[in-house]
Design a protein around this ligand. Structure first.
Ligand code: NAD
Length: 287
């Protein structure tokens, strides 16, 4: 029998419905209208699709959104000025700069420029530091979405071995920290890890965040494991696939996310969650 599918699209819709309800019953009556501003630099087609989805999702839950588009040639200083303007705009609770950025712009400088309280992607070093020390802060959307999937599916985390493939600042490292906070035993694998399968086969929870189509074969999955596939890879025929060989892995795993419709929608739901949280904190109304 195949693994049970984790329907990220459905779970994300449920979370968005809860946010919509929270806005309607708690925030709107208190005069709080969360606002997200997205900065999009250049013409990257994938970025345009992601940004459009984020803006649409904001509208669906009642978050006010604003898209600022800047040309590929925009000077770094101009982008930093724009961020500073948004930092001091009380109507803006969340600021998101869509990645990737053109090569002449320093991603680190941009991430450092966003005020940590408005950093809904949670890439600012202060938010990263808070994640390391376990202090309350905004947490990065994709790993947080993965965690929510595990919670929704009642996957036990404490004391289990979580294996993460990929060590990026955006997914792999924060994923490891979030799972460690919940008392998993965590192993991080990366491009220099020899005999990857020997390690991934130990994972009760296996998170693939690599960017290599179908790298994780069925033989690399522990029977019964919960497999979260973060990868979004476009194949030459135009279709999307994950970092996990879904057809093979679903025969071995206990639970598995599809691509698309797994982790991706959760990233957007968590962006909305972070924007609402930032607005609540800005108004001193966070729980
Ligand atoms: P990245 O390129 O920054 O990092 C990839 C990581 O994979 C690196 O740490 C590298 O060491 C490791 N790696 C590369 N080849 C490997 C190999 N053969 N064996 C083991 N490890 C290897 O990528 P990223 O930003 O973390 O994104 C990873 C994937 O997740 C991409 O497909 C990206 O599109 C996708 N992604 C999806 C979402 C979402 O919302 N679903 C969000 C962010 C990223």
């Amino acid at each position: 029998m195949g693994a049970r599918l984790i329907d990220g699209a459905r779970i994300a819709q449920q979370l968005q419905a809860q946010l919509r309800e929270q806005l309607a019953t708690r925030l709107t009556p208190a005069g709080i209208v969360p606002g997200l501003t997205v900065l999009l630099v250049g013409e990257n087609p994938a970025s345009r699709i992601y940004v459009r989805r984020k803006i649409k999702a904001c509208g669906e839950v009642g978050i006010r959104s604003n898209l600022i588009e800047l040309p590929d040639t925009v000077a770094e200083a101009r982008l930093l000025d724009e961020i500073e303007r948004l930092n001091t705009d009380a109507a803006v609770d969340g600021i998101l700069v869509q990645l990737p950025l053109p090569k002449h712009i320093s991603v680190a400088k941009v991430q450092h420029a966003i005020r940590p309280e408005k950093d809904v992607d949670a890439f600012h070093p202060r938010n990263v530091g808070a994640l390391v020390t376990g202090e309350p802060a905004l947490e990065p959307c994709t790993p947080l979405g993965c965690l929510r999937l595990l919670e929704q599916e009642s996957v036990a985390i404490q004391g289990r071995h979580a294996v993460i493939v990929g060590r990026s600042n955006i997914v792999g490292k924060p994923m490891a920290l979030l799972l460690l906070q919940r008392s998993a035993t965590v192993t991080i694998c990366h491009s220099k890890t020899p005999d990857l399968g020997a390690i991934t086969r130990q994972g009760d929870i296996l998170v693939a965040a690599v960017g290599v189509p179908r790298l994780i074969k069925g033989s690399m999955v522990k029977p019964g494991a919960a497999v979260l596939d973060v990868g979004i890879n476009r194949l030459p025929d135009g279709t999307l696939c994950g970092d996990v060989d879904f057809a093979e892995a679903r025969e071995v795993a206990g639970l598995i996310t599809p691509v698309p419709g797994g982790v991706g929608p959760m990233t957007i739901a968590m962006l909305l969650h972070n924007t609402v949280l930032a607005a609540l904190r800005a108004h001193g109304a966070a729980r």
